[in-house]
Design a protein around this ligand. Sequence first.
Ligand code: HSE
Length: 312
Amino acid sequence: MTIEVRVPATSANLGPGFDVLGLALGLYNEILYEEADRVAVSVEGEGAEGLDTGADNVVSRGARMVYEAAGRRFHGATIRCINRIPLARGLGSSAAAWVGGLVAANAALGSLLDRDAVLALACRAEGHPDNVAAALLGGLTVSCAVGQRVVAVSLPVPAEVTWVVLVPEAQSSTREARALLPSTVSRVDAVFNLQRMGLLLAALGTGQTDLLGLGMEDRLHQPQRLPLFPWMETVRRAALEAGALGCALSGAGPSLLAAVRGAAEPVGRAMEQALRRAGGAGRAFGLPVDTAGATWNPAGPSPVSVSKEVET
Ligand code: HSE
């Protein structure tokens, strides 16, 4: 039986919510998965040249993790990846691959693992919970690591906000962007981010979207990552001047995420132009929020979860 999985792109942090917040976006990778007696992976679209097509492929590694966690022997799978999420741009392509492999294999096993177990495995594989939680649950997710577990809540996002992503042509490694971060922070900076993140969630929760500019400010990772993305402040300012409510680095970069009320196009164009003036190149486009998270077909039994989803 072929399992079809769809996993959304994700933008982590939204400024102050480093390793906490994730936003699922309506841009999807698809995976067709069938159990087999060896691993064979084919990749179409993003990463078609370059991604591993054997047992080291991340989707296949995710599948193997599920079998091991469920106490089953993994023989292999035929996996077809149709990739639309750009790689190494801060849009959660690796989270989508882990989550896709985990969800596909779990569906093949009749959902032996519940959703929280899948989330915990995804977080262990990815190293931080924000992208994988949003990829699995959809919406705007708040993640909290509790030992080996992750408690995640998916929140609704005001429909009047459009999210514009600027995707530079140049790739960037998350590992490198994390290596730039100091292991301790000052209390002043910690409080700065706590206040912004609280305000961001309050602004989105109450629809006071005028507060997003303040709520998307950060001191814990963006200034430290400027050496990798020296154009970041110029492009962020261009987005705000063109009418964006707020703008932040998407995950570990290099993409930027802008929140817009009204037309996305002028903001996207201003961001592209500012990046070009700074010597770079990239493409900006608006994306809706994905509210479903990872879905699969045939769906099988509904996995049980202790994570809460807040209804609109
Ligand atoms: N929170 C992570 C980081 C997201 O900023 O390093 C990586 O996509």
